[in-house]
Design a protein around this ligand. Structure first.
Ligand code: FAD
Ligand code: NAG
Ligand code: NAG
Ligand code: NAG
Length: 579
């Protein structure tokens, strides 16, 4: 048996070299496409001409190269990558505007984000930033948050402890040490682990791109864990790792609070996923200048320039297959009628559950290979958002550009588990912003979105009141008379506006099980069905950067080249050119 090991290793090396040294498909990072900065458009009507182009059969370009279902960053990002090599792409979005989790809505003059608060890793001249500059033709600008960019607040109202979180590779641990004297060793050890894991991420992408037999070989020989600290730490939970580092309960809380950005409580969360997020914000946190709609606003024209289109109010109700089980197009509901659109490939950004459970014909859904993948993933946690419009300037209200993570106690495992397991009637007595059990709201899911009835409203109000109470306590300058607008978005709101089947805010669950290398290698852009592919957060990880990595991975498969590497080469060239 072991004689085949070197042979397969050689095969893998050849495969990797092929990716590095040959360029089978065209490269979206071939040429620097950044243009001088144009004046920012603030006029909403003007922006809507780009973001809200309603679906009509007559607007569908002919001779499409690809159809993408969903206009989240995973869909638009992939659309841009394909457009940059001249492909004609149609992006179809069920909502009335493009953007997915990057869309915003406006009420009473306030613009609210639905899914983007802060994005990390955007230092000038660093890979992620250069890639985004290229993908928006240099038109998207980024505003750094204040530093500290996060605050962790733990404890009951009478004893809230506040811990500021600073960005900066050295500042982050230094400031923590000031808050926790005597814990220097634990903090250093934590940093060491986080950085190690972050460096092992390359193998994750590799596993999804290698031919399956090679990926399986790496997995079954255990080489995956040897080669990458990402996979070595992946089966360990955050609680397990952190509890070994320190006995200090508040420090444990500070080490783990960021679970809110991927949605698993520390005892279920993979330390590897956790480390990715900590590393993501280590160099700072940013917000798109002009708001999250700027992202789609600058990506859509790139898709259009190549002859493609991004159309909204275009719910895809099924994917079309021919007798050889090959995807040949999609069906869009236009009122009561189905409109069929054909293309040689269909890529879904709608998430693995929507795609496999709603958009496939029953007999394909039942295929063992599809069922296997569905069995490997589970729905993530539902989310609850409060949208608050306040009268006053930042100064009047005592606000900064930062985030507060407020918890009524420091044991998050117990706190959140107890909260999510409550009956609906007791649920809003919790002080927890952000997660919510889908079942609490499920009975209203089929009602009209703007009028789900009195009981639903009352339940929402109870959540709003309990959360506002905490907000007004932590921010004393925010008082009732300053509130001009308040509403809540529940898990079923998410189902309606971002198509999340169970109101998930981060797509499929990110627990330990998701990071077993087998799942990693199996759930990939290729599906068991020919010409059908997946992009976005479910093929990589959640978050803006995670969903975009999903697009890059999917683009690599479609263009038959490693775009992750192309991106790095592009950056190297640019840095050499500029300096
Ligand atoms: C409340 C909240 C806060 C967040 N905060 C942050 C943050 O601060 N920083 C960060 O990096 N990430 C954050 N995230 C996560 C991040 O926004 C997502 O992980 C990421 O944007 C997902 O991108 P995606 O393209 O994979 O999916 P989505 O953006 O969900 O896009 C999927 C799209 O598919 C559409 N669709 C579904 N079914 C169909 C169909 N049948 N036909 C047509 N269209 C369909 C949906 O309407 C949707 O537009 C947050 C998310 C939420 C919800
Ligand atoms: C199905 O579609 C593919 C790709 O368009 C084509 O090659 C194949 O011949 C088709 N099969 C049938 C039975 O139509
Ligand atoms: C906002 O506050 C100011 C004074 O603080 C007040 O004059 C104004 O009417 C308020 N606006 C609204 C819409 O409530
Ligand atoms: C496996 O790999 C990626 C990294 O490439 C990881 O972040 C992802 O969540 C894992 N699982 C799945 C199902 O994609």
């Amino acid at each position: 048996m072991w004689i085949v090991v070197p042979i397969i290793l050689v095969a893998i090396v050849i495969f990797v070299l092929k990716y590095v040294f040959s360029s089978p498909g065209p490269n979206p990072f071939e040429r620097d496409t950044r243009e001088p900065l144009k004046k920012m458009v603030h006029d909403r009507k003007e922006k809507n001409k780009v973001l809200k182009q309603g679906f009509l059969a007559s607007k569908v370009p002919d001779n499409l190269d690809a159809i993408i279902i969903g206009s989240g960053i995973g869909g638009l990002g992939l659309g841009v990558l394909l457009a940059k090599v001249g492909k004609k792409v149609l992006v179809l979005e069920q909502h009335d505007r493009a953007g997915g989790c990057c869309h915003t809505f406006t009420e009473k003059g306030f613009e609210f984000d639905v899914g983007i608060h802060y994005i990390g890793d955007l230092l000038d001249h660093k890979p992620f930033r250069c890639m985004l500059d290229q993908m928006t033709d240099g038109q998207l600008q980024w505003e750094p948050l204040d530093n500290p960019f996060d605050h962790v607040v733990v404890g009951p109202p009478e004893n809230r402890r506040r811990y500021p979180i600073y960005s900066g590779r050295t500042r982050f641990p230094e400031e923590l040490k000031k808050c926790f004297p005597g814990e220097e060793k634990a903090i250093d050890e934590y940093m060491k682990l986080v950085k190690q894991v972050g460096r092992g991420i390359w193998l994750l992408a590799m596993l999804k791109l290698l031919p399956i037999p090679m990926a399986k070989f790496l997995i079954y020989t255990g080489l995956v864990q040897r080669l990458s600290s990402f996979f070595k730490m992946a089966p360990r939970s955050v609680t397990e790792v952190v509890n070994e580092l320190t006995e200090n309960k508040d420090l444990r809380a500070v080490f783990t609070y960021i679970f809110g950005t991927y949605g698993n409580i520390p005892k279920d969360a993979s330390f590897s996923m956790h480390s990715l997020l900590v590393s993501h914000y280590l160099n700072g946190a940013w917000y798109p200048k002009g708001g999250a709609t700027e992202i789609s606003y600058h990506m859509i024209p790139i898709i259009e320039k190549a002859g493609g289109a991004v159309l909204v109010r275009a719910p895809v109700n099924r994917i079309l297959f021919n007798d050889s089980k090959e995807a040949i197009g999609v069906s869009v509901m236009k009122g009561q009628e189905e409109v069929h659109i054909h293309a040689p490939m269909v890529i879904s950004n709608a998430g693995i559950f929507n795609t496999y459970q709603k958009l496939l014909p029953k007999e394909l859904q039942a295929m063992p290979a599809i069922q296997k993948q569905l069995g490997m993933m589970k729905n993530g946690e539902g989310g609850l958002s409060i949208f608050l419009g306040l009268n006053g300037t930042k100064e009047d209200l005592g606000l900064k550009a930062d985030n507060y993570w407020i918890f009524s106690e420091n044991n998050f495992d117990e706190l959140v588990e107890e909260y999510l397991n409550r009956d609906r009637e007791d649920s809003f007595t919790g002080n927890l912003v952000s997660f919510a059990n889908y079942q609490w709201f499920e009975e209203w899911k089929d009602g009209k979105v703007t009028n789900r009835g009195h009981d639903y409203k009352a339940l929402k109000q109870a959540f709003i009141d309990s959360i506002l109470e905490v907000v007004m306590d932590v921010f004393p300058k925010i008082t009732r008379d300053k509130i001009e607008y308040v509403d809540a978005g529940t898990p079923i709101t998410n189902t309606h506006y971002i198509g999340a089947p169970k109101g998930e805010i981060y797509g499929a669950d990110h627990g330990v099980a998701r990071f077993c290398p087998d799942v990693n290698a199996t759930v990939r852009p290729q599906t068991p069905l020919k010409n059908l592919y997946l992009t976005g957060q479910d093929v990589f990880v959640c978050g803006f950067a995670g969903a975009l990595a999903g697009a890059l991975t999917c683009g690599s498969v479609l263009l038959n080249r490693n775009l992750h590497l192309d991106q790095f080469r592009f950056i190297k060239l640019k840095i050499e050119a500029s300096g």
